[in-house]
Design a protein. Structure first.
Length: 705
């Protein structure tokens, strides 16, 4: 995911195939993925609804597209005007039960006979999907949207939406995150007619002409807000102010150094390590001192020189870059995503901290302050991706030098398993007796699941590959009652015996692929769990941070659940409550821990950060309020024993990568942090978080399932 998984946005998945096909038809092959949706209300898989957008990277060949679903298929109207920079356009899309029409500036583009089947989804405007956010040489700014629904010749629904187009969202700022999607209520039923009118401005874009975009502190030069840093002295002055604010919110005396709550009225016999217990229908994490704990953590603190932003080939975007020699040489990394090559990455956060704390001991000072911050804000400790020494975290183990047969190691090969176990032992041994390890985990999210394509890849391997042999044996014995002939017939191969079957390249039915996928995944996760528990029987094991809905199917939860002490999962959702997760929790009846969640502020697009889908907060106060509600609900969930916010500081405006080229941002560029990239705490957010953190254990103790 990536280090983290992107929030699932249905609009991304539903339009990908359509957009690529349409653009190829209308304009030829497209090198860049760039889309802007003025208005849409559709279900792609259900072939229902409509959308109105532009697709492509070149203004001269940019088509205006109108897609219409009738429940059986899609049809399309499109035209390349061409668009002209500096011009404001009005497009009107008209849908009736038998005819679709598209107009631009009052002139008919085209019409298409056929039915229209509305979609019972939100009416979405002003949207650029994350998968198609590449910049072109133009910028579309939506000015207004209106829609009218008619039923039986009478108006039954209407909306008018005016959008802000003032200086707060200048063209340069919009390039960081085009649009600002909104879901509006509009009820359109089968047989209705719908007229959608959009007014939008087209502007030419020249990145080099607008550059530099980023100032010496990593902030957008085209943005301004009260807390913006303008001088080195601003950084140092903020440190003095923070001292007074932290002094006014001392760490709670009611918790032990591991986050255990001392005033629960009951304790367990301490083991020196975290463990879990079910009491009065509620699962609890028990601290190494024996106190019940509802753990609230924060990922990646303090991340002194990470995350970084790729610089190579786009140096012109930056007003200033750290020198490559002297103390600030520490701000530079190369190929940080193991992509190879010579791409240079820079860390503005590290440069800001050197200015703030001094060149020589800035890491020590920052680390000490990070511990104090988390304690003052009521956090139990860290989470995934590192924490200062002396704070609890959830270390993520990896493959190391273990060879892979596809995307995963061949856990049916004894030699590979020996290497795998040795790599795990290397990582575990240094912290084998460490009470600050809440629990081990392995890998992250989507990448640790076995997917159907891997089964197909394995079937192309030679007969000597243990995983291929094991999967074929499983299928023959469990799916075909031990009959080689039945399996060969189903797989469209000829094989008189097992050895011959191993040597074939079978064509597997989907049901067989899924059964074999689950078999491989079960073996993979069972090996990891058994090995880690053999190497370290004292610490908990939290699994591989599965993401509900970002899986092949919910059986993945059940399989990983068999091989965990606590089911660690990540969830980027607008609220804790989720019927799917609740049902699976009850079914597996194990404690769960949420390793990542967040509500990064978008600030209305006025600072240059990206908008993180459906979980984006309006501002820092809103993010704090959303956190409070999330923790309150999670603390009352009988299965949840804790969670970790993602993450400690904001990401670079130009993206954390990977990437190399001339785009304005590569990878994630969200305001996830408790602090900014200028090392300034977000007081409106962390104060509210503190309120929730200090109450979480009490909320849990008071709840009765």
């Amino acid at each position: 995911m990536r280090l983290i998984s992107s929030a699932f946005n249905p609009r991304v998945c539903l339009t990908a195939c359509l957009a690529a096909c349409l653009l190829a038809i209308l304009t030829g092959p497209c090198a860049a993925q760039s889309r802007f949706y003025f208005a849409s209300q559709y279900n792609w898989e259900g072939k229902q609804g409509f959308y109105l957008d532009v697709e492509g990277s070149k203004m001269a060949t940019l088509p205006l597209l109108f897609g219409i679903g009738d429940g059986k298929g899609w049809r399309f109207i499109g035209k390349t005007p061409p668009f002209v920079g500096g011009h404001t356009y009005t497009a009107r899309a008209i849908l009736t039960p038998k005819l679709a029409t598209l107009e631009l500036d009052g002139k008919l583009i085209d019409s298409s006979e056929g039915a229209f089947l509305p979609s019972a989804t939100p009416f979405t405007i002003n949207d650029t999907p994350g998968w198609a956010s590449g910049l072109g040489d133009y910028l579309m700014t939506l000015v207004s949207v209106s829609a009218v629904v008619e039923r039986g010749g009478k108006e039954v629904g209407k909306l008018d939406q005016q959008l802000e187009t003032g200086p707060a969202r200048s063209a340069a700022l919009q390039l960081f995150e085009r649009g600002n999607p909104q879901d509006l209520a509009l009820d359109v039923k089968p047989g209705d007619s719908l007229t959608v009118t959009v007014v939008f401005r087209c502007d030419a874009v020249d990145l080099k002409g607008l550059a530099p975009f980023i100032d010496k502190y990593g902030q957008c030069r085209y943005a301004d807000w009260p807390e913006k840093v303008h001088t080195d002295q601003d950084l140092r002055d903020d440190l003095a102010r923070e001292e007074g604010q932290l002094a006014a919110m001392p760490p709670s005396p009611d918790v032990d150094k591991y986050g255990g709550f001392r005033k629960a009225g009951w304790t367990m016999k301490p083991t020196g390590y975290f463990f879990t217990v079910k009491r009065d229908g509620m699962w609890w994490l028990i601290s190494p001192e024996g106190n019940p704990c509802f753990f609230t953590g924060c990922c990646a603190a303090p991340a002194c020189v990470w995350e970084t932003t790729p610089v190579s080939d786009r140096e012109y975007l930056f007003e200033w870059l750290p020198p490559h020699d002297g103390p600030m040489a520490a701000c530079w990394k190369r190929s940080v995503w193991s992509e190879g090559g010579t791409t240079d990455y820079a860390c503005f956060y590290a440069a800001n901290c050197m200015r703030k704390y001094g060149d020589q001991n800035w890491v020590d000072r920052l680390t000490a302050l990070s511990r104090r911050r988390l304690a003052s804000w009521g956090f139990s400790g860290g989470g995934k991706w590192g924490a200062p020494q002396g704070l609890v975290d959830t270390p993520v183990l990896g493959l190391g030098a273990t060879p892979r047969v596809t995307d995963h190691p061949d856990v049916f090969d004894a030699k590979v398993c020996g290497i795998f176990a040795a790599e795990l032992e290397k990582q575990i041994t240094p912290r084998l007796k460490d009470p600050f390890v809440l629990g081990w985990s392995f890998g992250n999210e989507w990448g640790e699941q076995v997917h159907p394509n891997e089964i197909a890849d394995l079937m192309k391997k030679t007969a000597e590959v243990p995983a291929k042999r094991a999967l074929i044996d499983f299928a023959v014995d469990k799916l075909y009652d031990g009959s080689i002939q039945k399996a060969a017939d189903a797989w469209k191969v000829t094989a008189p015996g097992r050895d011959a079957l191993y040597a074939t390249t079978p064509t597997l039915p989907p049901a067989d692929v899924e059964a074999m996928r689950r078999f491989f995944e079960d073996k993979y996760w069972s090996f990891i769990y058994a090995t880690i528990k053999r190497l370290d029987p004292n610490h908990l094991y939290l699994g591989s941070w599965i993401v509900p809905t970002w899986w092949d199917n919910e059986e993945d939860w059940r399989i990983v659940g068999k091989y965990c002490d606590v089911i660690g999962f990540d969830r980027y959702n607008d609220s804790w409550d989720d019927p799917l997760v609740s049902r699976l929790e009850k079914e597996t009846d194990k404690p769960v821990y949420c390793g990542e969640f967040s509500f990064p502020a978008f600030y209305g697009g006025t600072r240059g950060f990206g908008r993180y889908g459906a979980v984006a907060a309006k501002d820092d106060k809103d993010a704090g309020d959303l956190y409070y509600k999330w923790v309150n609900a999670a603390a009352r969930d009988p299965y949840c024993v804790g969670m970790s916010w993602f993450f400690f500081r904001d990401q670079p405006l130009t993206g954390r990568g990977p990437g190399r080229g001339t785009d304005l941002d590569y990878g994630e560029h969200y305001a996830f942090g408790l602090i900014t990239e200028q090392d300034k705490p977000k007081w409106a957010m962390v104060t509210r978080m503190r309120d929730a953190n200090l109450q979480a254990a009490r909320w849990r103790l008071a709840h009765r399932p």
